[in-house]
Design a protein around this ligand. Structure first.
Ligand SMILES: Cc1cc2nc3c(=O)[nH]c(=O)nc-3n(C[C@H](O)[C@H](O)[C@H](O)COP(=O)(O)OP(=O)(O)OC[C@H]3O[C@@H](n4cnc5c(N)ncnc54)[C@H](O)[C@@H]3O)c2cc1C
Length: 385
């Protein structure tokens, strides 16, 4: 059994336990710990680690991240301000991104955030949370290997789908999902300032550069169309290569990883931002369709919102847990409901192959429309702390 750190050896009730140390979890940990509140993050994986993600982040979160002491541009992130969209039949449109963004690997970003959190005094342990119980106005967070921990507040920042969701019997977990995602890093030619979304039958692939000049190639595909092929290579050749942009990129670049990373059971079902008194943050509270390229910003924005409210709770401005939960729920719905709906509509339209060809035709004739649609799935720039 792993040793508990001295902070955790007594049976103290910790101020805040954060389940999951991805973007939402680590950003909350950094923000909250700046106010002298004790924070424990429980993350099942070690840092650094590659993750299945498109790795394009909207600029709306840049000043906030910088104010927390993490500057992606100093880590070599690529500045991105152009967007290209192609259909399965290779029709293409390009536009300037209204706010722009940057490309950075999760390998580097999550690792840097974890270091920053530790510098701020946050304790991070590597373990898997298997259950969370709320009893007598406190939480018992149960782990696989190091027993259980008591907390006054628990943030669920465990991402899209986790064993914790099963233990909590959350509604969305019962819905079957038919999508899988594949990610690789490639060495090859691709503009630094471009994010491209190339559609193919049953899915789409995002391409953009990250800090070390690698091209992130990340695609989502319908499991049914994938099943017909023996392996990822055959699927790419048989389906993705029908889009000539993708064929050119994959055929003229070298994979960096020995094996592509994959995840399955991608679900876009709606979730609750507060469940069994746990404040859900990032994908645990709700996941926008990745083609909007805004999931990471939403995770960071929800971390900011949750942190501000938790700080007010500990300083006594928010008088009760009930008010804290209500305020977070309201703030979450106000900030994200519209974005989630828009992301869902766009994704559904793109699933209709003929419609996507027509849609592109329309977008080409009304060049102001695409930036407007992009804006609908994005938020306003976050206020730095
Ligand atoms: C294919 C794909 C492409 C995407 N592309 C983009 C993009 O280009 N731009 C963008 O903005 N967004 C993109 N997203 C969305 C983005 O990846 C997520 O919205 C973002 O990672 C959410 O952050 P999070 O912190 O909520 O979750 P995560 O980053 O997933 O972090 C959750 C953490 O919790 C840990 N964890 C899980 N269960 C447990 C447990 N039981 N105990 C302990 N730890 C646990 C995990 O190991 C993980 O580190 C994409 C998503 C997908 C699937």
């Amino acid at each position: 059994m792993p040793q508990k750190s001295s902070l955790l050896n007594n049976d103290n009730c910790i101020d805040v336990i954060i389940v999951g140390g991805g973007l939402a979890g680590l950003v909350s940990a950094i923000h909250i710990s700046k106010h002298g509140i004790e924070v424990l993050v429980i993350e099942k994986n070690s840092y650094p680690k590659h993750k299945v993600c498109g790795e394009y982040i909207s600029n709306e979160v840049l000043p906030y991240l910088q104010s927390l002491g993490v500057d992606p541009l100093k880590l070599g992130a690529k500045k991105i301000n152009r967007f290209m969209l192609s259909t399965p039949k290779n029709k293409v449109i390009e536009t300037k991104l209204p706010l722009g963004g940057f490309g950075i690997s999760r390998f580097t970003l999550d690792n840097t955030l974890a270091k920053k959190a530790k510098d701020n005094g946050v304790t991070i342990i590597q373990d898997t949370v298997t259950d969370i119980k709320y009893l007598n106005d406190e939480f018992r967070v149960v782990t696989k290997n190091s027993g259980s921990y008591r907390a006054k507040i628990t943030i669920g920042a465990h991402g899209k789908r986790s064993v914790v969701d099963v233990a909590l019997n959350r509604n969305f977990i019962k819905n079957k999902s038919s999508f899988l995602a594949v990610k690789s890093h490639l060495k090859g030619d691709f503009p630094d300032d471009l994010v491209a979304l190339h559609n193919f039958r049953g899915g789409y692939c995002g391409l953009s550069k990250v800090e070390n000049n690698h091209i992130n190639a990340c695609y989502i595909a319908d499991f049914k169309s994938f099943q017909k092929f023996k392996n990822i290579q055959d699927f790419q050749k048989g389906v993705l290569y029908k889009n000539t942009f993708l064929k050119t990129i994959f055929e003229n670049s070298e994979p960096v990883f020995s094996k592509s990373l994959t995840i399955s059971q991608l679900s876009f079902s709606s979730k609750e931002p507060v469940e069994q008194h746990i404040l859900m943050c990032g994908d645990s509270a709700g996941m926008i369709h990745p083609l909007s390229g805004n999931g990471m910003s939403m995770a960071i924005r929800s971390a900011q919102m949750i942190s501000q409210l938790i700080i007010s709770y500990f300083t006594g401005t928010i008088k009760s847990r009930m008010i804290l939960e209500k305020m977070y729920e309201q703030a979450w719905n106000k900030e994200f409901q519209k974005r989630l709906k828009m992301g869902h509509i766009i994704a559904s339209l793109f699933k209709m192959n003929h419609f996507s060809e027509w849609m592109l035709f329309g977008l080409k004739n009304f060049p102001g429309l695409l930036p407007k649609i992009i804006k609908q799935t994005h938020g306003k720039p976050l206020i730095p702390i």
